[in-house]
Design a binder for this molecule. Sequence first.
Ligand SMILES: [Zn+2]
Length: 137
Amino acid sequence: MNMKKCPNCGAEINSEATRCYVCQAWIQENDTNNVVDRPPEFLATLLFAWFLGCFGIHRFYSGNIPIGIAQFLTFGGCGIWAYIDFIMICFNKFKDGKGRYLRDYNANVGITIFAISLIPIGLLLLLILAIVFTIVM
Ligand SMILES: [Zn+2]
């Protein structure tokens, strides 16, 4: 069986394949340099989710418009929904509007950014706890 490299993720795939089974990117026939419809990029989606997740911008960017609108209207599910999306992106569980995983995923970057995100999230939770404690006491 002849093999070729997926121009999107570099995986070895059947030379006859029109779609990569690893990253789900469409590949134009007999032209491994031309990916017709590439999934959204991992790092861009991650940054959108972190800075603008409460407005659902990462969902708009990754082609999931209905969920983007729902998140925009609910302020990212009060931030919780947006943060769950953010964690999914960090660990490569996030899919775009066409059910594909994000392009150029990097586990080291994902885990590092997730770890960094725990600092402000932890401080926020402490602040909320402190306020609740002050009111109750
Ligand atoms: Zn691929």
